[in-house]
Design a protein around this ligand. Structure first.
Ligand code: SAH
Length: 219
């Protein structure tokens, strides 16, 4: 066995361990989300110097002052969207594209927006190399959404907003769910908020505190 194969085997074992210890033990139960987390090689989305930490229970730096979210947060946010193989989902904050790959495993189509052009280019390159053909990419301000492709069954925002962007709420279809970190009184963390659109109104539920980098305006 070559060194590369040995480390791939080690990383695969670490991934399985991550799914059992960090996800299943903490209550992630949607089999399609668990399958996606077992399938997507998280270490491909992480800069070489941090690969040994790819399956740790924490976020990791990805460059440009941004981070790849902790595995539990990726799985939990995905599970809350209740996506099906027919779902069309909008993601704001492509970043490393790891969350994008998880969405691409569980939904029909993923529309992802990133404000940093270099991150968007890197994201497309890695997802193309892994043969994800159901992802569309846009560079720009994700707070504006993707009106031409709306309505969406799910919207996931992976950067912290001061308030929930009205344009995103408008692009959520009836029965759709949006998950977004929203600034709270605590300057150190945000509330992870779940919005559900019913035929009559939009329901809002705060889930648990999270720490995301802020949503920024395009430079
Ligand atoms: N889901 C990503 C999270 C990356 S961090 C991952 O797990 O890798 C948040 C990302 O949101 C960063 O890449 C940042 O550049 C991007 N971002 C910040 N403000 C944005 C905006 N207004 N529109 C789109 N993307 C934005």
């Amino acid at each position: 066995m070559s060194g590369d194969q040995a480390s791939e085997a080690t990383l695969a074992r670490q991934r399985e361990h991550m799914v059992r210890e960090q996800l299943e033990r903490r209550g992630i139960s949607d089999p399609r989300v668990l399958d996606a987390m077992r399938t997507v090689p998280r270490h491909y989305f992480i800069p070489a110097e941090y690969v040994a930490a790819a399956y740790e229970d924490s976020p990791q730096p990805i460059g440009f002052g941004q981070t790849i979210s902790q595995p539990f947060v990726v799985a939990s946010m995905t599970e809350h969207l209740r996506l099906t193989p027919q779902s069309r989902v909008l993601e704001v904050g492509t970043g490393s594209a790891y969350q994008t790959a998880i969405l691409a495993e569980v939904a029909d189509e993923v529309f992802t927006i990133e404000v940093v052009p270099d991150l968007a280019a890197r994201a497309k390159a890695i997802l193309d190399s892994l043969d994800y053909s159901n992802v569309r990419y846009k560079v720009g301000d994700g707070a504006l959404g993707w009106p031409d492709e709306a309505p969406f069954d799910g919207i996931i925002v992976t950067a912290a907003a001061a308030t929930i962007p009205e344009l995103l709420i408008q692009q959520l279809g009836v029965g759709g769910r949006m998950i977004i970190p929203v600034r709270s009184d605590d300057p150190e963390s945000q509330d992870l908020v779940l919005l559900t659109r019913t035929p009559e109104d939009v329901r809002r539920e705060a889930l648990y505190p999270v720490r995301f980098v802020p949503l920024r305006s395009p430079q």
